[in-house]
Design a protein around this ligand. Structure first.
Ligand code: FES
Length: 126
């Protein structure tokens, strides 16, 4: 094992695109909905500039939320987890990601007090 510099900064956004087969007992986020939301968010975050432009937006397997009414999204670092409508909530999700990454970047730069843990606590209280 070896350490290597990450090709992203500030954090990672995981967008579930797990799709269960028809008739499965649990709902799932869905391949098309999750992949579409991830692609839109990645492009919008880059176009928006700022710290969110440097984070990584990825599709993930099941995040163990399995909503029937949207797509599960986790914003890291921290434990912020959202269920988003893959179309109607796009702008609100982008704003959350931008705010999260700005706070993390501020803490990485030494501002705001409390370090990264303080930043995560403030994000939770929003
Ligand atoms: S299927 Fe998306 S969180 Fe479980």
């Amino acid at each position: 094992m070896r350490e290597t510099p990450a090709p992203w900064k500030h954090g990672v956004v995981l967008v579930c695109n797990n799709e269960r087969p028809p008739g499965a007992p649990k709902p799932s986020c869905g391949r098309a909905a999750g992949t579409g939301l991830k692609s839109w968010l990645k492009d919008a975050a880059r176009e928006g500039g700022g710290p969110a432009a440097e984070c990584r937006v990825l599709n993930s397997t099941c995040l163990d939320l399995c909503p029937a009414d949207g797509v599960a999204v986790a914003i890291l670092p921290g434990d912020e987890v959202l269920v988003a409508d893959p179309v109607a909530d796009r702008q609100a999700l982008l704003a959350r990601v931008q705010g999260h990454m700005e706070e993390v970047a501020r803490q990485e730069g030494g501002g705001g007090g409390g370090g990264l843990r303080g930043a995560l606590d403030r994000l939770r209280r929003r």
